[in-house]
Design a protein around this ligand. Structure first.
Ligand SMILES: Nc1nc2c(ncn2[C@@H]2O[C@H](COP(=O)(O)OP(=O)(O)OP(=O)(O)O)[C@@H](O)[C@H]2O)c(=O)[nH]1
Ligand SMILES: [Mg+2]
Length: 356
């Protein structure tokens, strides 16, 4: 079985990371391989005092006091060179614990200083030090109304580094997360919970919000991202003869080295996740996966072209139902489709279809 080292950089990276660990630990108690980095202490200290404190190795944390002040250059240039050796040493230590290191899984935001500046500096360091190990990056992009005034500049500067030094990027748009949460709030507050949104669905469940007693502004949004990462990594976290590694996903979906940004979507979002999915629900889930309402980044692929597509299905799903749906969509707009089916996290079906 392969392993990944998770690198959580900056406030956003650490908050989403912890939400993800909370969910992952519910699924199975595993050995943790994570390095937590933030150039201010607040978020990491909170983690150390919270319910996840025993999950992280206190020797694998790196913090400073001032933060990067939402300045990409401070994170990249100042803290990058100052902490390079210390960070590398901790990354090497984590890597040594892995029998078969599959990838570095970096979580950060684009809009601040540390995650954006230092996070992307690390990608170059990882590339030099571990050229064979994939760098898979989850990047949170600022919304139009972001209160960090420098976020557009930080994002552009970080984007250049992602282009050059990441193997695969999963962009998450805070605006999309906000829209999903707003839709939920609207329905929940109108008292009409039922037909579209069920209690304990992915977005209304508090699982993954590790500080339930004191909800923070990003908790609900982070819960969605953590659920996406949970599904994405499930194939790597559970044993299974046909399971996919994360780097295999990138290998199949990235046609050219710099075309490495994936549009992600998640379903069910509004209804209760069910292990035994009836065929009609499955059909709806397939349709939802390609609708704008379920995407975690604002894009409309229906008006463009899919170069490659991966569908990761968890639960007790019949292969025949999957085939039927692939054929249904193949006619509409797919050029190439790869399907990964995860049956209770233990089986993956891979079936490339080429249609030109
Ligand atoms: N989705 C999400 N976005 C966040 C979260 N925390 C911050 N952000 C966004 O991230 C950007 C700010 O970056 P932060 O991660 O706070 O900054 P940082 O990396 O800690 O860097 P400095 O604080 O400047 O040292 C803004 O666009 C915020 O909207 C979070 O927990 N979830
Ligand atoms: Mg910060």
């Amino acid at each position: 079985m392969t392993q990944s080292v998770i690198v959580q950089v900056g406030q956003c990276g650490n908050q989403i990371g912890c939400c993800f660990w909370d969910l992952a630990l519910r699924e199975h108690a595993a050995v943790n391989q994570a390095v937590l980095i933030d150039m201010e202490e607040g978020v990491v200290n909170e983690i150390l005092q919270g319910p996840l404190r025993d999950v992280f190795d206190s020797k694998q944390l790196i913090t400073d006091i001032s933060g990067s002040g939402n300045n990409w250059a401070v994170g990249h240039k100042v803290f990058g060179s100052r902490y390079q050796e210390e960070i590398l040493e901790k990354l090497r230590k984590s890597a040594e614990h892995c029998d078969c290191l599959q990838c570095f899984f970096v979580i950060h935001s684009m809009g601040g200083g540390t995650g954006s500046g230092l996070g992307t500096y690390l990608l170059k360091v990882l590339e030099d030090e571990f050229p064979e190990v994939y760098r898979f990056v989850t990047s949170v992009y600022p919304s139009g109304e972001d209160d960090v005034i420098t976020s557009p500049y930080n994002s552009i500067l970080a984007m250049k580094e992602l282009n050059e030094h990441a193997d695969c990027v999963l962009p998450i748009d805070n605006q999309s997360l906000f829209d999903i949460i707003s839709k939920i709030d609207l329905v929940v507050n109108s008292g009409k919970l039922g037909t579209t949104i069920k209690p304990k669905s992915l977005v209304t469940s508090s699982a993954g919000t590790f500080k339930k007693w004191q909800e923070k502004p990003f908790d609900a949004m982070n819960n969605i991202v953590a659920n996406l990462l949970l599904s994405l990594t499930s194939s790597a976290r559970f044993e299974g003869s046909l399971n996919m590694d994360l780097n295999e996903i990138s290998m199949n979906l990235v046609p050219f080295p710099q075309l490495h940004y994936l549009v992600s979507s998640l379903t069910p979002l509004y209804t209760l996740a069910d292990v035994n999915v009836p065929p009609r629900r499955l059909d709806q889930m397939f349709s939802d996966a390609f609708s704008k309402d379920h995407q975690l980044i604002r894009a409309d692929p229906k008006h463009s072209l899919y170069l490659a597509c991966a569908l990761m299905v968890r639960g007790n799903v019949q292969i025949s139902d999957l085939r039927r749906n692939i054929e249904r969509f193949d006619c509409v707009f797919f050029k190439i489709i790869y399907v990964y089916c995860l049956r209770q996290c233990s089986r993956v079906l891979r079936r490339p279809l080429c249609k030109f």
